[in-house]
Design a protein around this ligand. Structure first.
Ligand code: BGC
Length: 749
């Protein structure tokens, strides 16, 4: 069913010429409009046709505050015609706007958050599961399908740039934005974020990978200085970006609020010029996170290309053209740098599609899009525990559904990724729930069962209901938000509620809606636990279909769940409690040993390991073989469904040097490759995978090299970081190669 949204009319009125683009008309006097030419040639030609003022239009982006604030800015800072243009073309409620050059057919950039869907308080959109949830699918095709869907909604609502592709590693389990990111492992995180970006950009729009880089906590995010070695970065946070960029090829990169080794993310010569544009050969542009700019000359000369998302404080003069003009005049910024900034923006507009495929407001098939989100959730839910095969629910006459606002909806994360859902948000205690209540979905799936609900306010009352029911299902909520970090303890009475219900009914199932990891002091008191993360616009249906067995769970954890606070790399979050803007420092001396690697190094046993996830069927893996191929390792094995139900198995291959310290590694093992396969009972499949050479190497800053040390490396195959029954060894020779993509062909997908 296609529901033509009322918002379409609203948007058409707002957008006028949504992207401000003239139809492509290749002719000799406007060669940049010729799609047959390369994006490089087109960018060069367009640049040559632009005046300085036109170039500067592309460098400054305005947040939607411009609608009310820009008129107050003096005319000598932003010229009246530019003000009028911005105020009449900006999409109300969107994240930002960069004016194009209509005279030359260069489109406006209409920017929307974020990775979970189009965010605009005036527009309904389809919310995907959290990115962390989607990462649990361990299937890049699922992330790509989500990207295709949300990118389609971005296009259809007049946006040609998405601020989507969060890939910061879950280095800090308490990070309030972990739900927007893709987990703790560079390979998984990069593969999933890259696939999302690729899907978004298949709509001929730009996607923006973010937040570059090592922006791994929200506390004091605009004043925190992160200290970390180049080697650790290249083997962890930056490797996730590198993998995602190779796979997704985003048109833009958003630099982060924090400082890295004493330099702001948005004026960090090492990150922006040396690594991103140098080693990785990035040809698109770097936009600042909203307001994350601290100077004109420092930012421009150190690699920032677009001063984005800000309006209109007089104390930040660098967000306006006169500052650049003055720096040009004094020679502090060379003209060549301005031209490079503009060329990069133009390149992205030509290479990624917005110039040739102007966005326009069109109807959206929300039902079809919700089905995409539901499929993502159904691939992502992680069955953490299922003693005695309590799940799926069978022959159950009465069910007590308890807590977690399961009668109202499913939880979503907060901040700039907070989508206004189709059907309207359900706001409870200031938290957004999506209108897909698991209670109603369970009733639909089990029409014959007597299903009662108790809000869980009083554990004794909930326990009494549980005692009278065949089965109790306790729903839990862990709320996360951009802008602050959180604790891993559940809030309110939720732990006490689970304990009380479990005591009253041994057949108690926990369904946790979490942004990331939580502690589970009651883990041994309940037989079954399902983590749904934030499961998106059809989350309730996905949960009900999984509990009842219509869907066989196939998600695996993209993060490790700590057992207790003494297992964390840092007892406290740096700067916690200090007022925003207070300078603070954090030393990431765990280096690249994040997540399961940290637990391996320390010898800790977490609550649940990275990669863990159960199914209603069982998979056997056999025939593991491995051989070196140039610098990579080729791996093959067979996976067979040895249970009774159709299911999707996730095979994980880890690499472990015989002596990890001698190999120079940060930890005993790393995820080297993974694959998901759908199999009928008895069916088997041979899987061949490649371990990227960078996952075998260490980074050596002195020569800017990757280095594989000669020796024996074991390939371990299994279902989780701690369940790796198969192994085989290969011997690798010493190998050193440049970390600069310009000089190496190290990329293996
Ligand atoms: C967030 C970005 C977001 C931007 C625009 C910032 O505060 O950090 O992730 O894209 O706002 O809304």
């Amino acid at each position: 069913m296609i529901r033509t949204i009322a918002a379409a009319a609203f948007l058409s009125a707002l957008l006028c010429t949504a992207a401000g683009a003239a139809p492509a008309n290749p002719s000799t006097d406007r060669p940049w409009l010729n799609p047959a030419l390369s994006p490089d040639a087109r960018a060069e030609a367009a640049l040559a046709a632009m005046t300085l003022d036109e170039k500067l239009r592309l460098i400054f982006g305005y947040s939607d505050q411009a609608l009310t604030e820009l008129s107050k800015v003096p005319d000598d800072i932003v010229a009246p015609d530019l003000k009028a243009y911005v105020m009449s073309h900006l999409v109300k409620g969107s994240a930002g706007f960069v004016p194009g050059v209509p005279r030359l057919g260069i489109p406006d950039q209409t920017q929307t958050d974020a990775s979970l869907g189009v965010r605009n308080s005036f527009l309904p959109s389809t919310a995907l599961p959290s990115s962390l949830g989607t990462a649990a699918s361990f299937d890049p095709a699922v992330a790509r399908a989500g990207g295709v869907m949300i990118g389609g909604e971005a296009r259809a609502t007049g946006h040609n740039t998405m601020l989507s592709g969060g890939v910061n590693l879950a280095r800090e389990p308490r990070n309030g934005r972990n739900f927007e990111y893709t987990g703790e492992d560079p390979l998984l995180a990069g593969a999933m974020a890259g696939a999302l970006i690729e899907g978004i950009q298949s709509n001929h729009i730009i996607s923006t990978i973010k937040h570059y880089a090592v922006n791994d906590q929200e506390t004091l995010r605009t004043s925190l200085d992160v200290t970390i070695s180049a080697a650790a970065m290249r083997q962890s946070d930056l490797l996730a970006f590198e993998f995602a960029m190779e796979r997704g090829e985003p048109g833009s990169v958003m630099c982060s609020y924090n400082l890295i080794n004493g330099r702001w993310g948005c004026e960090n010569d090492y990150l922006l010029n040396t690594v991103l544009k140098g080693d990785w050969g990035f040809k698109g542009f770097v936009m600042s996170d909203w307001g994350a700019v601290h100077s004109t000359v420092g930012a421009a000369n150190n690699g920032l290309d677009q001063f984005t998302g800000f309006c209109c404080a007089a104390d930040k003069p660098w967000f306006a053209p006169p500052a650049i003009k003055a720096a040009l005049q004094s020679g502090a910024i060379p003209q060549s740098r301005i031209d490079d900034m503009v060329t990069r923006i133009l390149w992205a507009l030509f290479a990624k599609g917005p110039a040739d495929n102007p966005v326009k407001v069109t109807p959206i098939d929300y039902a079809a899009n919700a089905a995409v989100s539901q499929r993502a959730a159904e691939e992502s839910l992680v069955l953490l525990k299922n003693d005695g095969d309590l799940l799926p629910l069978r022959r159950v006459k009465s069910i007590a559904v308890i807590g977690g606002n399961a009668d109202r909806g499913v939880l979503a994360g907060a901040g700039s990724s907070d989508v206004t859902p189709v059907g309207g948000a359900v706001i409870i205690d200031n938290h957004t729930f999506l209108p897909s209540p698991p209670l109603a979905a369970l009733k639909r799936e089990m029409p014959k069962a007597r299903i009662s609900f108790d809000a869980g306010t009083d554990p004794a009352v909930a326990a009494a209901l549980a005692a009278q029911s065949d089965v109790a299902i306790v729903f839990l909520n862990q709320h996360l938000s951009e802008g602050s970090d959180h604790v891993l303890e559940l809030t309110g009475n939720q732990d006490a509620l689970v304990a009380a219900v479990a005591k009253a009914n041994p057949r108690t199932i926990v369904v946790a809606e979490t942004g990331g990891a939580i502690y589970m002091p009651w883990v041994n008191q309940v037989p079954a636990i399902l983590d749904a993360f934030y499961p998106g616009i059809r989350g309730g249906s996905a949960i009900a279909r999984t509990l009842t067995g219509k869907v066989n769970p196939s998600g695996h954890l993209p993060i490790t769940f700590p057992a207790s606070a003494d297992q964390l790399a840092r007892p406290d979050i740096a700067g916690l409690g200090a007022p925003d803007g207070t300078p603070a420092e954090v030393l990431y001396d765990e280096g690249a040993a994040i997540g399961y690697k940290w637990y391996d190094v320390k010898g800790y046993t977490p609550l649940f390991w990275f990669g863990h996830g159960l199914s209603y069927t069982r998979f056997a893996k056999s025939g593991l073989a491995a051989r070196p191929d140039a610098r990579a390792i080729r791996v093959s094995f067979s996976i067979r469904n040895v249970g009774k139900r159709v299911g999707k198995g996730v095979a994980q291959v880890y690499v472990a040097p015989a002596d990890w310290k001698k190999a120079g590694w940060e930890a005993p093992k790393r995820l080297g490759a993974f694959a998901k396969a759908e199999l009928k009972p008895g069916q088997s499949k041979v899987i061949e995978l490649t371990v990227d050479p960078r996952l075998l190497a260490t980074y050596e800053a002195a020569g800017n090299n990757w280095h594989i040390r000669a020796g024996e490396y074991r390939l371990l195959l299994g279902d989780a970081a701690n369940v790796l029954p198969q192994s085989v060894s290969v011997t690798l020779g010493d190998s050193v190669w440049s970390a600069s993509a310009a000089t190496t062909a190290a990329v293996v997908h």
